[in-house]
Design a protein around this ligand. Structure first.
Ligand SMILES: [Fe+2]
Length: 298
């Protein structure tokens, strides 16, 4: 046998060996009792194995990945899910939202939830100031929660959360001491309206101290998000909507680090000199207003 023939034979054996491992693993997971879990696991094994084969993943790279995932777990805490930031930055979150929530005609589009949603946010009355000491330019937001026939929906539970003028969320601040700010739960009355005061959100980069930012620095270099308000709306008899409203004046609408921007979600945060706000409040300094209606689907 020539040396060339020997080399080809060795490589062929190598590919046979990796294929055998994949087949053996698939055979094991064929035993998964739950049909949906079985479908997911079999596909996961196939794709993860073919990914490792395609890039010829080395043991050193595999070990790096395992240690990276371990470190990623250490960055997680209530209100901060570093794995979710990875999912967002890889476009997986938006891909899932987009295929799971196809946009019905005339309804508001969904977008990713992001890592900073907290359950049991403080409840505020409509029209009150939810900033709770957050720094920034005052902003008055109002709008309606409607069905696809344009009728207002009563008893909707609206969660809203956003950054301050440093681009930070309350959970990135000294949360133990200061508690929630720029975060509220509101409930609509018969007219389906929501109104609140807070501060204008600004563009911000994804957290600068975790593992996700290291991945982005080494790859795309894009880590900024355009200014936005987060909303989660739970309306009786309708599908839950999680979305953002983006500021049309943001510089980062074209390069959102987490691919969340949709044109229908870009709105005008209108600048005003000092004067009288839409709710009659006299403002002695500049402020912004937002007027945005949400359309829910059944
Ligand atoms: Fe955000």
């Amino acid at each position: 046998m020539s040396s060339n023939q020997k080399s080809a034979h060795t490589i062929e054996n190598l590919y046979d060996a990796t294929d055998l491992i994949t087949q053996e693993v698939l055979k094991r997971y064929e035993q998964t009792p739950d049909p949906r879990l079985k479908e997911i696991m079999l596909s996961l094994v196939k794709h993860v194995h073919s990914f490792a084969k395609e890039v010829k993943l080395s043991s050193k790279e595999w070990l790096f990945l395992m240690q990276y995932l371990e470190e990623t777990g250490k960055w997680c805490s209530p209100g901060r899910n570093e794995f979710m930031i990875f999912s967002d930055a890889l476009g997986l979150s938006m891909l899932t939202v987009t295929q799971d929530y196809p946009r019905p005609a005339h309804a508001t589009e969904a977008t990713l939830v992001g890592p900073f949603l907290l359950e049991n946010a403080p409840q505020f009355a409509m029209g009150t100031d939810i900033s709770n000491g957050a720094a920034g330019t005052p902003m008055y937001a109002k709008g309606r929660i409607l069905d696809t026939e344009g009728q207002p929906i009563a008893n909707c539970v609206i969660d809203v959360w956003h950054s301050d003028d440093r681009g930070l969320y309350d959970v990135q601040d000294d949360f133990e001491k200061s508690g929630p700010w720029g975060r509220a739960q509101l409930t609509t009355g018969a007219n389906g309206e929501y109104t609140f005061w807070s501060v204008l959100p600004v563009d911000y980069p994804i957290p600068q101290d975790g593992t996700a930012i290291r991945m982005l620095r080494a790859t795309t270099g894009r880590s900024w998000r355009p200014a936005h308000l987060h909303f989660r709306i739970q309306a009786p008899g309708h599908r839950q909507l999680i979305t953002h409203i983006f500021d049309k004046n943001s510089k980062n609408l074209d390069g959102d680090a987490v691919f969340g921007v949709r044109p229908s979600l870009i709105a005008d945060f209108v600048y005003h000199d000092n004067g009288v706000a839409p709710d009659g409040k006299k403002m002695d300094k500049d402020f912004y207003t937002l007027d945005y209606d949400f359309v829910m689907t059944r």
